[in-house]
Design a protein around this ligand. Sequence first.
Ligand SMILES: Nc1ncnc2c1ncn2[C@@H]1O[C@H](COP(=O)(O)OP(=O)(O)OP(=O)(O)O)[C@@H](O)[C@H]1O
Ligand SMILES: [Mg+2]
Length: 94
Amino acid sequence: MYIDGIELINYRNYEKLELKLNNKINIFVGENAQGKTNVLEAMYYLSALKSHRTNKDRELILWNKNKAYVKADIVKNLGNYKLEFLLDVEGKNR
Ligand SMILES: Nc1ncnc2c1ncn2[C@@H]1O[C@H](COP(=O)(O)OP(=O)(O)OP(=O)(O)O)[C@@H](O)[C@H]1O
Ligand SMILES: [Mg+2]
């Protein structure tokens, strides 16, 4: 199984990120506080439905926004899947 791509909207410091991933090795390079761990955290959230860094979903939503959305395209032997979640400070998370 691998993640073919991931999209973030208003997640942490990303207003919009569309990232295509390699099916074997991906290397995230960047200065401190650029958002490398934030991308990994979004992937973790998709599998565990919680962050590995905080239990406050509000912290995951871009400052001044009310919703965050994350979607990943998953490739498995038996087919392709889409995993997504929406964090909503006003309504229910989905
Ligand atoms: N809810 C949020 N809205 C906007 N920006 C945020 C939010 N939460 C965190 N950030 C920003 O995300 C950045 C930190 O991102 P991250 O921890 O992914 O960096 P990193 O690239 O992993 O850094 P390092 O190399 O130090 O590990 C900081 O600039 C922080 O201000
Ligand atoms: Mg980091």
